[in-house]
Write a protein that binds this ligand. Structure first.
Ligand code: PTJ
Length: 265
């Protein structure tokens, strides 16, 4: 029996929920290292719950949103990817690969300010090979207007035209939209304020989204600006969210039927 490498958590790979447990433990380790905020554990649990109701897979609507997001990122003038503690703990290597393929900076932006967190996340990203990290120097930061939380403190984001925000809170998404920025959200909750305020909403788990984005980015880099613009113009976020909700209803209906088969013996 082989075991994973998480320091204090020996989860057998044969466990039916191995993957889910592995990521839980990454979040727990991240919390011990200051990378993840205490509330990040709760946010992760909420995410798991939504992941369950989409069937723990990348849906076709998520794939549509991913394609539109990449077309936007590849045609943007000053795009940036915002990084918080949960994201840094879950997918640091993948995030760095994506930022390099797209030639986009990663900006550390935290909801929960705590001494040492920026440094801890910087180290994680540097260890993953990141060379273009913003938001590391608090003295160089400016503030987003219309926002009171710690997320108001930004660096490159202040002048960005497109901001990708994985696992974001609604207030900053709203503030970024009011500043006329194009917002790409990655959020398992299709009806969170972030999901509804964003221009492109990817309803999927960050652990699947970033690898899917890497694969699509490699293909899309060969497309012309006209072809990328066509992808953007053909995407309707409102319709995509509606279809995502329909897929969730479909999935839950099937799950209900399966559950009743078991209940009725
Ligand atoms: O590191 P910090 O200080 O910036 O804090 C980060 C968290 C995530 C703790 C903070 O932003 C927060 O409290 O976020 P919320 O308001 O709980 O929102 C997080 C959203 O992300 C929720 O809608 C979750 O369903 C969703 N979510 C959680 N895990 C994942 C996810 N979405 C995609 N992939 C996940 N793995």
């Amino acid at each position: 029996m082989s075991l994973n490498e998480n320091k204090n958590h020996n989860v057998p790979e044969s466990h039916p929920r191995y993957s889910s447990l592995k990521y839980r433990h990454k979040i727990i380790e991240g919390m011990k290292n200051l990378v993840v905020a205490e509330a990040g554990l709760i946010a992760h649990g909420r995410g798991e719950c939504f992941d369950y109701i989409i069937g723990e897979k990348t849906t076709k609507t998520a794939k549509n949103a991913i394609k539109a997001a990449l077309a936007v990122l590849l045609t943007a003038e000053r795009p940036v990817i915002s990084v918080n503690g949960n994201v840094a703990a879950l997918v640091p290597n993948e995030l760095v690969v994506l930022s390099k393929i797209l030639n986009i900076p990663l900006e550390i932006n935290l909801f929960y300010a705590k001494k040492g967190r920026i440094e801890a996340i910087t180290e994680v990203l540097k260890n993953a090979g990141a060379t273009n990290i913003k938001g590391t120097n608090e003295d160089a930061m400016t503030e987003l207007s219309g926002l009171e939380s710690n997320r108001r403190k930004v660096n490159f984001i202040a002048k960005a035209d497109v901001v990708m925000v994985p696992l974001e809170d609604g207030d900053r998404t709203e503030a970024l939209k009011k500043l006329n920025k194009i917002v790409i959200a990655i959020d398992l909750n299709p009806i969170s304020r972030t999901a509804l305020w964003a221009d492109i909403t990817i309803v999927d788990n960050i652990i699947r989204v970033i690898p899917e984005m890497i694969e699509t980015a490699n293909k899309f880099k060969k497309l012309s600006t006209n072809e990328l613009n066509q992808i953007i113009n053909n995407f309707d976020n409102k319709l995509n969210i509606q279809k995502t909700l329909d897929l969730i209803i479909e999935h839950i209906t099937k799950q209900k039927e399966e559950a009743f088969k078991i209940l009725e013996g």
